[in-house]
Design a protein around this ligand. Structure first.
Ligand SMILES: Cc1cc2nc3c(=O)[nH]c(=O)nc-3n(C[C@H](O)[C@H](O)[C@H](O)COP(=O)(O)OP(=O)(O)OC[C@H]3O[C@@H](n4cnc5c(N)ncnc54)[C@H](O)[C@@H]3O)c2cc1C
Length: 374
């Protein structure tokens, strides 16, 4: 007799959202987290919930996730810092504006609200931007949350539905004991379960060798409080190019107003293994890029810089689904794991309960073929 239907390994936003969704389907869930819940990459991210228009599988998961988030956010506590500020994609030149127009057409066919802006409309909407930009695209239904607090919210709701959550318990290995039975090993012994969900983020391959996930380092800088200076989450239209760039370090303008009045400035991407040092050159480029868009940032006081490791896959899509009987993966969400936590959790709950998923899970299958030249 097993005490649990599912053991979720890792209590980042992904594991916590899965625990919440699984307990709401009536499953008995145990969450094991080796550190503090929400203290991994989840604590290092920006908290931007954003719909991406392509590739199709990224659109499907982000759009579905935003739909699920809209049901969740009314229940968030104050410290979840839900801010429906929308995303402002900024076009620096005509090429980027053409890209924005293509995105607007693509969103229109898929019932996602998106508003094209000319230069004047852009500065009216976001006066902190310097003049001279060609225009932009505004997505009013995107939003921002505070991921560590939302992680706690999911876990507390799961606990109310009967889940158990144990922090500072490291899972050392996962094994299949016999058909239909799994076990995880910790320092204090073996725990039996029907299913295991590996939601250990960038560390997931340490427990499931062969999982195609690599750490992709990113820097963020936070300023002191300047309420009202920046009104919207802003991203440059070159961001997607930068996110999908090859092995070199890339930076792109990504500026976020926090409910505290602070401004969060990102972002960078580097494949440097687990090197957690601050790369001053990359940080400098990132701040210069942000100030190129919002010149007032040059005068502000930055109070902290940190880094985080995105769990990256070669095709930039997450790994969601069965790896082997009894072991399901919910990891590899790269730079969109805050956005897609809600949709991932709903998919995982569907897959583990035999329900029909709202979107096709095949593109996220953990054993899909990966591109070799990414
Ligand atoms: C700079 C930066 C900015 C970002 N901005 C955004 C954004 O604006 N929007 C967005 O959608 N995404 C963003 N992301 C991406 C997002 O933060 C991640 O995709 C997401 O946090 C991944 O969540 P996770 O739960 O998979 O991983 P984690 O949060 O890392 O959770 C995994 C957990 O597993 C635990 N664990 C690991 N191994 C074990 C073990 N053996 N036993 C027990 N527990 C274990 C870890 O301690 C950790 O708590 C950003 C990322 C970075 C780095």
């Amino acid at each position: 007799m097993q005490n649990y239907d599912v053991i979720v390994v890792g209590a980042g936003l992904i594991g916590a959202a899965c625990a919440d969704a699984l307990t709401r389907r009536g499953l008995r869930v145990l969450v094991l987290e080796r550190g503090m819940a929400g203290g991994g990459t989840t604590a290092a991210g920006m908290g931007h919930l954003v719909v991406m228009d392509s590739p199709p599988a990224e659109f499907a998961l982000t759009a579905y996730s935003l739909e699920v988030w809209r049901e969740i956010v009314p229940h968030l506590p104050e410290d979840g810092e839900d801010d429906p500020c929308g995303t402002l994609w900024v076009a620096e030149d005509e090429d980027e504006m053409a890209h924005a127009k293509g995105q607007a057409r693509s969103f229109a066919t898929r019932a996602v609200r998106a508003e094209l802006l000319d230069a004047r409309g852009l500065s009216q909407l976001e006066p902190s931007l310097r003049t001279g930009f060609v225009g932009g695209l505004f997505l009013p239904d995107d939003r921002v949350i505070y991921p560590p607090a939302v992680t706690r919210f999911f876990l507390q709701r799961a606990i109310r539905h009967g889940a158990q959550v144990r922090e500072r318990v490291e899972v050392r290995s996962i094994e299949s004991t016999r058909p239909g039975c799994m076990a995880v090993h910790t320092a204090t012994g073996r725990i039996g379960t029907g299913q295991v969900v590996n939601a250990a983020g960038a560390f997931a391959p340490a427990l499931t060798p062969g999982l195609p996930i690599e750490p992709r380092k990113g820097h963020l800088v936070i300023t002191d409080r300047y309420p009202g200076l920046v009104r919207h989450q802003m991203v440059e239209l070159g961001y997607v190019k930068s996110a999908h760039a090859g092995s070199g370090a890339s930076v792109a303008m990504n500026i976020q107003p926090r409910r505290t009045g602070q401004i969060l400035i990102g972002s960078s991407r580097e494949y440097v293994g687990w090197d957690s040092s601050i790369n001053r050159e990359v940080r400098g480029r990132m701040l210069a890029r942000a100030a190129h868009y919002v010149p007032a940032l040059r005068e502000l006081s930055a109070i902290r810089t940190w880094i985080g490791f995105r769990p990256s896959t070669a095709d930039k899509l997450p790994l969601i689904g069965e790896w082997e009987p009894g072991l399901t993966i919910a990891a590899g969400h790269e730079g969109l794991g805050i956005t897609t936590a809600s949709g991932t959790a709903a998919l995982i709950a569907d897959l583990l309960t035999g329900a029909t998923p709202a979107i096709d899970p095949v593109p996220y299958h953990p054993r899909r073929e990966m591109p070799h030249d990414a």
